[in-house]
Design a protein around this ligand. Structure first.
Ligand code: SF4
Length: 713
């Protein structure tokens, strides 16, 4: 191979281009980790248009994680009380197919579930959909993206008639005003933030507004930080809308020509006068007015958000309320403007394209749509009616399905729900009850592996060639640069082999991932996410490319809706009219604080990779709980003192970090620490599973807690 192979960072949805070279090629200059093991050398890919050669600490150190703590062989045990024993792949496939066939024979196909991941490449996602939804006839495929961005998906669909962020990263350097809402971009999407922050610093007319209950590193550089009370986002945006109306900053021509449902929205926002909103959000009227002026006066406005908006029991309504502001001011379909959700996982976007949630089908189709099901059934060559019209179980439904004995086979791949699910004690009890759990992952041990009957070693990221799409709809071919270790296999090849052994050989006759992708893109033809002009060969030659890119295209599409026509039946974007509902579990006298959870710069999700990288462990050695000095004084808590944090569901113990960065009445705990890395420090032991009724995304961002300082004698 060339000295460096081009690929994509496998962490966040920014999707930075990487160049990777093998350790042996650098002789004495070989990079080594702390125990002297040679590590893969990684550098930013200057030719990748999304990241322009930049990487953050996660991308820069990814080489160290490649060979550590890998799962090398299939392992099996009859019950969770037994030790695992090594088995062959042949035995593993026999066990899986026998279990599935028995359930099918007993007409219990709907008790089979797969819980996948935004770490999948698009080919992995696609083959899993074909196996579960097309061949077995159950829609029970969901992904960890359900916990991350499903509210953005439902918000876009309801407002525009189709999913898909309309903007691109070039807009970061073209906007007059950037609103960052519920996103600690500086730590969680660092390269997006670098691009925006550099531009903001050089262009003093450009305004940056951050909406977050914490004064994060993102908020530090903003022109205006709105530290709203958790759960008051809709109040804030309806309040900004009120002022935009009052001051006549609205684009009447755009609204007349391109939108619908404004009267219903106008009826709602008239209740959000500045005094009401300022009181509700806990901010000053002056700050509210400044935010509205920044928005109203700017030639172009970009709004970006991530989990602070999406992980909410009113997540879809929040997303639509943000989009409403763009619709009333005509801030969409032009450079530097538009609503722009940032995805968490590296290929959560690819999952959306491939139908990788329990209510979706490939090509941005919906399970509930008769025509969409028929199109996919015909394409896959399965009988009409094979795909059920009922959406499958979501991630949390799978947990409650275990509790009720409905779920009989749970197949988890490339994700770690024993840390990332809400209400962890309940989640773990349900996992203990599972009659049969398959856990397919690159790493061992993980917290979830402890609940598995069958472990399948998966190839990861640089060990397979496939496609990932980043937050700006840019599609990148990720070339493999080394062989999977020992007996690890590529995810889609595992799913395809199970399909062949179940009698669907003709549906899974692929020789390589390029053939899988070639089939998948045919299903996107003439859909909003048309990628029929893309292939592995094309992307290898042309480099990363934005979709839509239909067959015969000669140029990529950076922005959606530039023609101001939307995918709704009347071609108009639809205003959503929502009153704020607030938190599903507000604080009360028994549980007087709001806990908010989040992420740190170095760690990634549940530390499956980053917990094994020395530099990152040194950067973030332990979990903690941020508390405002006023609250700490009231409870006689001193810095570093251990505090027991209790919710109605569980507890955790965290050293206090007293800081004015967090608002009074709110505490913050990072979500990265599971049972493998610390005792009693799981943020999700505290969180609850109440979800947005539209997106079914749980409110992982906030719950009510009480604080009990622990006095060491
Ligand atoms: Fe990887 Fe995200 Fe960091 Fe880029 S910003 S290097 S994609 S973790």
């Amino acid at each position: 191979m060339n000295e460096f192979t081009k690929t994509l960072c496998p962490y966040c949805g920014v999707g930075c281009g990487l160049e990777v070279s093998a350790p042996a090629q650098h002789g004495k200059a070989t990079n080594r980790d702390s125990d002297g093991t040679p590590t893969w050398r990684v550098r930013g890919d200057k030719s990748h248009p999304s990241s322009q050669g930049m990487v953050c600490v996660k991308g820069a150190t990814i080489g160290e994680s490649i060979n550590k703590n890998r799962l090398h062989y299939p392992m099996f045990r009859e019950s969770l009380h037994q030790d695992f024993r090594r088995i062959s792949w042949d035995e593993a496939f026999d066990i899986i197919t026998q279990r599935i066939q028995t359930l099918r024979l007993h007409e219990e196909t709907d008790s089979i579930c797969m819980y996948g991941s935004g770490q999948f490449q698009t080919e992995d996602y696609y083959i899993a959909q074909k196996l579960l939804k097309g061949c077995l006839g159950t829609n029970n495929f969901d992904a960890n993206s359900r916990l991350c961005m499903s509210s953005a998906v439902s918000g876009y669909i309801q407002s525009f008639g189709a999913d898909g962020p309309p903007c691109c990263y070039d807009d970061l350097e073209l906007t007059d005003c950037a609103f960052l809402i519920g996103t600690n971009t500086a730590e969680c999407h660092p390269i997006v933030f670098n691009r925006l922050a550099k531009y903001h610093k050089k262009n003093r007319h450009v305004k940056m507004v951050v909406v977050d209950p914490r004064r994060t590193p993102t908020a530090e550089v903003a022109d205006l930080h709105l530290a709203i009370r958790p759960g008051t986002d809709i109040d804030l945006f309806n309040g900004i809308a009120y002022l935009l109306m009052k001051w006549n900053y609205i684009d009447t021509a755009f609204m007349d020509d391109c939108t619908s449902n404004f009267p219903a929205y106008a009826e709602v926002i008239r209740h959000y006068s500045p005094d009401v909103v300022a009181r509700q959000c806990g901010i000053s009227i002056q700050d509210l007015e400044t935010a509205a002026k920044y928005w109203g006066k700017a030639k172009s406005v970009l709004s970006m958000w991530s989990m602070g908006v999406n992980q909410s029991s009113e997540g879809t309504a929040k997303v639509r309320t943000i989009i409403n502001l763009h619709l009333m001011t005509g801030q969409i379909g032009k450079p530097g403007a538009g609503p722009f959700s940032l995805t968490g996982q590296p290929n959560a976007m690819g999952g959306r394209e491939a139908g990788g949630l329990s209510h979706l089908l490939p090509g941005y189709r919906l399970i509930k749509n008769d025509q969409h099901r028929a199109e996919v059934e015909d394409f896959w060559g399965v009988e009409r009616g094979k795909i059920s019209p009922v959406p499958g179980l979501t991630a949390w439904d799978m947990i409650t399905g275990l509790e009720s004995d409905h779920v009989k086979l749970l197949w988890i791949a490339a994700t770690n729900p024993a840390v990332s699910m809400p209400d962890l004690e309940r989640t773990k009890k349900a996992l203990l009850k599972s009659p049969f759990t398959i856990y397919q992952d690159a790493y061992y041990p993980t917290e979830t592996a402890a609940y598995a009957h069958l472990l399948l070693p998966a190839a990861q990221w640089g060990e397979k060639t496939g496609i990932m799409t980043n937050s700006e709809r840019r599609v990148t071919l990720c070339q493999s640069f080394h062989q999977p270790p020992r007996e690890a296999k590529v995810d889609w090849e595992i799913f395809a082999e199970v399909g062949r052994r179940l009698g669907f050989a003709d549906k899974f006759a692929f020789n390589n991932s390029a053939e899988v992708y070639a089939e998948f893109v045919q299903l996107t033809r003439q859909r909003p996410c048309d990628m029929s002009g893309l292939s592995h060969e094309f992307l290898a030659a042309q480099g990363p490319t934005h979709w839509p890119y239909s067959q015969g295209s000669s140029s990529e599409t950076k922005r959606l809706y530039t023609n101001l026509r939307f995918h709704t039946s009347d071609g108009r974007a639809k205003f959503g009219a929502f009153y704020s509902q607030g938190l599903a579990e507000p604080p009360d006298p028994d549980y007087p604080f709001v806990l908010t959870t989040g992420r740190l710069y170095g760690h990634w999700h549940t530390q499956t990779r980053t917990g094994r990288i020395d530099k990152i462990r040194q950067m973030h050695p332990e979990p903690f709980m941020e508390i405002h000095p006023r609250d700490a004084a009231k409870l006689n808590i001193i810095d570093h003192q251990l505090v027991e944090v209790r919710s109605r569901r569980g507890l955790g113990k965290f050293p206090a970090k007293i800081t004015k960065a967090i608002s009074p009445g709110t505490v913050f705990v990072p979500m990265h620490w599971g049972a493998l890395w610390a005792d009693n420090a799981e943020a999700n032991a505290l969180t609850h599973p109440q979800s947005c009724p539209d997106s079914l995304q749980p409110e992982l961002k906030a719950c009510a807690v009480q604080l009990i300082p622990i006095n060491v004698e």
